[in-house]
Design a protein around this ligand. Structure first.
Ligand SMILES: C[S@@+](CC[C@H](N)C(=O)[O-])C[C@H]1O[C@@H](n2cnc3c(N)ncnc32)[C@H](O)[C@@H]1O
Length: 254
């Protein structure tokens, strides 16, 4: 089962670092009311709602999953937020004109797709001097090549996990001229607290409880895989990246 299918089925989405990572990331953005913000891979819409409510931004939110977008729309409605444009789209082929947004926000999305193609698309849709703020799964200790291959393929997934300097390189290759990066260790307790705050007690418990169901058990709950996860968590954390597109030096847009 791929991670995308798992998020959709469970109906809960997450990124490492939870709400405090979102706050840390947004504090680097310096958002102003009325800024045009695109959130890619919005999942169940917690951050999109925060962007609209707390920052008065003009928010467009996309996700590849119709089911998760439905959950995001429901969340917005329950908070009395009606201004967010929710659109089903693939981050590798965004349905927007070049130079459209002041900010693009992503939390744990590029890891799950063609990260280079996604970064190029994000660069294209950002206005000159726009900023891409991203939280991605990041190695905080360098694994061996063998371990890297092992983690990227055998955790029931096929994900891009890089060191902070490798993510920076990928963003620069997409055209971003200044990339700031900071990486953090995982704090499982803080992540769990965030889930409770975002999804409430029962949804969190029933979401996580689903890994005991037969269709998830084989992927996520066998002894050797649990051992791999434990090993993985010794190497992995998350990185917060602020990538600037400069008008003057930016690469030619198609
Ligand atoms: C790990 S979840 C994170 C969701 C949300 N950002 C959060 O922090 O809760 C990854 C999200 O990215 C979406 N996604 C994965 N690949 C995508 C793609 N190619 N284009 C758009 N969304 C994608 C998934 O449907 C899922 O909602």
């Amino acid at each position: 089962m791929t991670p995308n299918v798992a998020w959709e089925t469970i109906g809960i989405t997450k990124h490492f670092g939870g709400i405090s990572a979102t706050n840390a990331m947004l504090s680097t953005c310096k958002l102003k009311p009325g800024d045009k913000v695109l959130e890619i891979g919005c999942g169940t819409g917690y951050t999109s709602c925060m962007l609209a409510k707390r920052f008065n931004a003009m928010v467009t939110a996309v996700d590849i999953s119709g089911k998760l977008l439905q959950a995001a729309r429901k969340r917005a409605k329950s908070q009395g937020i009606y201004g967010i444009r929710f659109i089903r789209a693939d981050v590798c082929k965004l349905p927007f004109k070049s130079n459209s947004f002041d900010f693009v926000i992503a939390e744990s999305v590029l890891s799950l797709t063609d990260a280079s193609q996604a970064a190029s698309e994000i660069y294209r849709v950002l206005k000159g001097k726009g900023t891409f703020c991203d939280n991605e799964v990041t190695y905080i200790h360098k694994p061996s090549e063998e371990e890297k291959r092992y983690f990227a393929t055998s955790l029931g997934t096929n994900v891009t996990i890089l060191l902070a300097k490798e993510w920076k390189h990928l963003f620069r290759k997409a055209g971003f001229t200044r990339v700031h990066a900071e990486s953090f260790k995982l704090n499982t307790l803080e992540d769990f607290r965030s889930h409770l705050a975002i999804d409430g007690f029962w949804k969190t418990i029933s979401g996580f409880g689903m890994i005991f169901e037969k269709r998830f058990r084989s992927t996520y709950l066998n002894a050797s895989l649990l051992k791999q996860w434990m090993r993985f968590f010794r190497f992995a954390g998350y990185g917060i990246y602020a990538c600037k597109k400069y008008g003057r030096h930016s690469k030619k847009l198609r």
